[in-house]
Design a binder for this molecule. Structure first.
Ligand code: SAM
Length: 420
């Protein structure tokens, strides 16, 4: 049986050397307790992969043969550097994993890892003095953050190294936030209140442990993402388009708060299926459409919308804590590509909004090219569009609609545009 360390090493190789998506690789793993241990090791290693690769480069002066020894060595270095595993156990486990891949490399692995233990203080100091290494981001990414956020980037980089919070959204159609908080107390699940219907758990847990999850009493959704439904200022009976709906967190929140006529659209049929499952769990209903939102002829019946949520495809640079593979798989050219499709979505959906209606543009990115620049360019070419400031976000320290990643939430951007 492959051990969690062996599987974590395979996951790390699949992401770093084969360029595969972490969620796709994780989905293929068998369920069970071993899966959680594999996830902890793989996510932790990928979150710190810049620093760990730097260590390896200092400890080894030749190419790895075979190259997939990178996996167990990085997982071993992660355990020695940042996990509570006792050092001798971490070394032994990593050496055994290396030996399963290439028995002759046992001695080399032993030497590298023991050498790291001896030189840990010196190497950690050197890693800390290099901004790119210590950011655990690609050099272009760090340079963008420095350019876009000259004051805030050091705090942002430090925040991105933390574990992301697990935040619940209480379904207030089913009970009040206080009533659900009581249920958590009865189960001994520690949490703190975060405003609205958000409760942040002290420690992440499987959703199966949450009281009433299967019956739709509660969902998991980041605090920043929970702002969308309120910012839309929906009134009951309104016709609402959720143009990029999957996997459906915001669609569900809108329907929990309002009796609205919601069209949930997404270009990806598999992802839209997840919206259907979520709405079924919560006993909510929306009109589902699989289509490219920009191909309005294929899906729009010509009736204008009172509200449009455009939660656009983006780099996800505000939530790399949850998707540590993005740190290494994204390319700088992706930003311009995504910005182009965001602009196209904005321009195509705007005419579907009735005069006096509101469009909320959202991304989970912190790059200005996808956010502030995008909205400025749109306003410059659409004189009937008015920017409506988002006072409610100031509670979270937002600057012009931008929530920067913080201990309590992901990085997110919102712009509310009203049609004159
Ligand atoms: C950021 S996710 C949306 C998250 C979702 N709003 C939620 O809160 O769960 C972006 C979604 O846009 C979809 N998408 C990308 N391009 C699209 C297009 N041209 N038309 C419709 N959906 C699109 C993707 O399939 C993806 O599901």
């Amino acid at each position: 049986m492959p051990t969690p360390r062996y599987r974590a090493a395979e996951v790390v190789v699949a992401v770093l050397q084969e360029g595969r998506s972490l969620s796709e690789v994780m989905e293929a793993l068998p369920p069970g307790r071993e899966r959680a241990a594999t996830q902890d090791l793989a996510y932790g290693t990928l979150r710190l992969a810049g620093r760990l690769r730097f260590f390896l480069s200092q400890l080894l002066n030749r190419e790895l043969d075979p190259p997939d020894l990178l996996g167990p060595l990085l997982v071993g270095l992660y355990e020695l550097d940042a996990s509570p595993t006792p050092p001798h156990a971490a070394v032994n486990e990593a050496v055994e994993t290396v030996a399963r891949i290439a028995p002759r490399a046992r001695g080399l692995a032993n030497a590298v890892l023991r050498n790291f233990l001896r030189r840990k203080t010196e190497l950690s100091a050197r890693a800390a003095s290099d901004p790119v290494v210590s950011s655990n981001l690609q050099a272009w990414w760090l340079a963008r953050l420095q350019r876009d956020w000259p004051q805030d980037w050091p705090a942002m980089v430090a925040t991105l190294a933390l574990h992301p919070p697990m935040t619940l959204r209480v379904n207030t159609r089913r009970q009040s936030v206080m009533e659900y908080a009581d249920l958590l107390n009865q189960e001994g699940i520690a949490f703190s209140k975060a405003g609205g219907c958000a409760l942040i758990l002290e420690r992440p847990c499987p959703v199966s442990v949450l009281p009433g999850f299967a019956e739709g009493r509660v969902s998991v959704q980041d605090l920043a993402a929970q702002q969308a439904a309120g910012l839309l200022e929906i009134e009951d009976g309104m016709r609402v388009l959720d143009a990029c709906a999957a996997p459906g967190g915001k669609t569900a929140h809108i329907l929990e708060r309002h009796t609205a006529e919601v069209v949930a659209l997404d270009a990806d049929p598999r992802r839209l299926q997840r919206v259907a499952e979520t709405l079924e769990r919560l006993s909510l209903k929306a009109e589902m459409r699989v289509a490219d939102a920009t191909d309005t002829g294929a899906w729009w019946d010509g009736r204008p919308f009172d509200r449009i949520l455009l939660d656009a495809p983006c780099t996800g640079s505000g939530m790399v804590r949850r998707h540590p593979d993005a740190r290494w798989l994204k390319r700088e050219a992706d930003i311009a590509q995504l910005a182009k499709s965001q602009a196209r979505l904005l321009a195509t959906l705007w005419p579907l909004l009735r005069p006096g209606g509101t469009l909320l543009y959202a991304t989970c990115s912190v790059f200005r090219q996808e956010n502030q620049d995008q909205v400025e360019a749109f306003l410059a070419t659409h004189p009937e569009a008015r920017y409506a400031p988002l006072e409610a976000l100031k509670t979270y320290g937002a600057q012009d609609g931008q929530l920067l990643p913080a201990a309590a939430h992901d990085g997110f951007f919102y712009a509310r545009l009203r049609k004159a």
